[in-house]
Design a protein around this ligand. Structure first.
Ligand SMILES: Nc1ncnc2c1ncn2[C@@H]1O[C@H](COP(=O)(O)OP(=O)(O)OP(=O)(O)O)[C@@H](O)[C@H]1O
Ligand SMILES: [Mg+2]
Length: 342
């Protein structure tokens, strides 16, 4: 624990040594709980990564909105359009559905970022997947396994085609808070996962639920796992909405509440270390401070946090939000998280 806390201090000071972690190309950001920072992390990491394909698999479309405020009216190809032909026979597959982020978000100029946008039809995908899998199971003969594999690996297939078409080498997938549907496919599509956990008990419970879904032989994930199919490992748990002591001389101390959740999450990581990408629990827990006003300015302007300056503000519905003084600390934390991924 002390290593983790001291490292946060070094991260803030910009002197933390990079962790010795394996590096992967595709990460899924997931935890089975809403409002914990999945989309904020996906957007800001996509900016830091560059040369990246960002995939929105959440029917709320928040990530799509960050890249293009007018995504609803643009009638563009969405993740749903690309996925559905794998589940409904007779529909032609769609290629080149990824869009350049710089065309609709000026902050991405020169970043070589592409995105696959989402739409609300992803809400009905879970039942369509279930029906298609049941029908495939009823298919006798040798073809059955191949049909099921093509469904479960549909998103992986789409991502590999789109990365080739766009010439990108990194991918980040944002998910909804629910497992069934596109999140399930995102687990099969990634090399490793990033799991945000907010400083509250429900988020910690969701981390445990995620780990059970990964490991329990009766879980929705494992029941369907194709023979020889790989189970993604977790690269990092990010404790979001972190807070640090404000008392004089105590800047290296997390607040009481943050410390309690750090300990709880660290224990869970230790007990489940086989699900992580290294054997050292200290490698897999980071804190990301509460964004406060910075988060509101970033989302209203669709502007990556790395580009925000202290004091920058926005007024929306007559409420003023200001980029707070701690923005540089958050920027250092985001950069460090990025340096542990690619
Ligand atoms: N450290 C932090 N990390 C991420 N988000 C933060 C943090 N601190 C504050 N926030 C705020 O918390 C909110 C998180 O929302 P976000 O949409 O990223 O969550 P989500 O997990 O994607 O939600 P949903 O499950 O509904 O898709 C945002 O308003 C963001 O600005
Ligand atoms: Mg989200």
């Amino acid at each position: 624990m002390d290593t983790i806390i001291n490292r946060q201090y070094d991260i803030a000071a910009g002197i933390a040594a990079p962790l010795e972690l394996p590096r992967f190309s595709t990460y899924t950001i997931c935890n089975l709980r809403g409002g914990i920072g999945k989309t904020s992390l996906a957007f800001n990491l996509a900016y830091l990564a560059g040369d990246v394909l960002a995939v929105d698999t959440c029917p709320q479309c928040n990530l799509s909105c960050f890249f293009d405020n007018n995504y609803v009216g643009n009638n563009g190809i969405t993740a749903y359009d690309m996925l559905i032909p794998y589940f409904v026979p007779g529909l032609g597959k769609t290629i080149r559905g990824a869009r350049s982020a710089e065309a609709t978000n000026k902050f991405f100029d020169g970043h070589r970022a592409y995105f696959i946008q989402s739409d609300s039809r992803l809400y009905v995908l879970p039942s369509q997947i279930t029906t298609a899998l049941m029908q495939a199971r009823a298919t006798l003969g040798e073809q059955q396994a191949a049909i099921i594999d093509s469904m479960l690996y549909s998103l992986r297939d789409i991502i590999s085609n789109e990365m080739r078409e766009s010439g990108t080498t990194k991918c980040i997938i944002d998910t909804s808070p629910f497992f069934s549907g596109a999140t399930h496919l995102a687990w099969h599509a990634c090399d490793a996962m990033i799991v945000p956990v907010r400083t509250d008990q429900q988020s910690v419970n969701s981390l445990s639920l995620l780990l059970r879904t990964l490991s329990d032989s009766h879980s929705e994930f494992r029941k369907m796992l194709p023979t020889g199919g790989h189970t993604p490992k977790i690269q990092m748990v990010v404790l979001t909405h972190g807070a640090w002591s404000t008392s004089a001389g105590a800047r290296n101390k997390p607040s009481r509440q943050t410390r309690i959740y750090l300990e709880k999450v660290f224990d869970i990581i230790r007990q489940n270390i086989t699900h992580f990408t290294t054997h050292d629990p200290e490698n897999h827990l980071m804190v990301l401070d509460d964004f406060l006003g910075t988060g509101r300015v970033s989302s209203v302007k669709s502007k990556p946090i790395m580009l925000l300056k202290k004091g920058e503000s926005i007024t929306e519905n007559r409420v003023k939000s200001i980029v707070n003084d701690a923005v540089e600390k958050v920027q250092a934390q985001l950069s460090y998280i990025h340096s542990c991924l690619w």
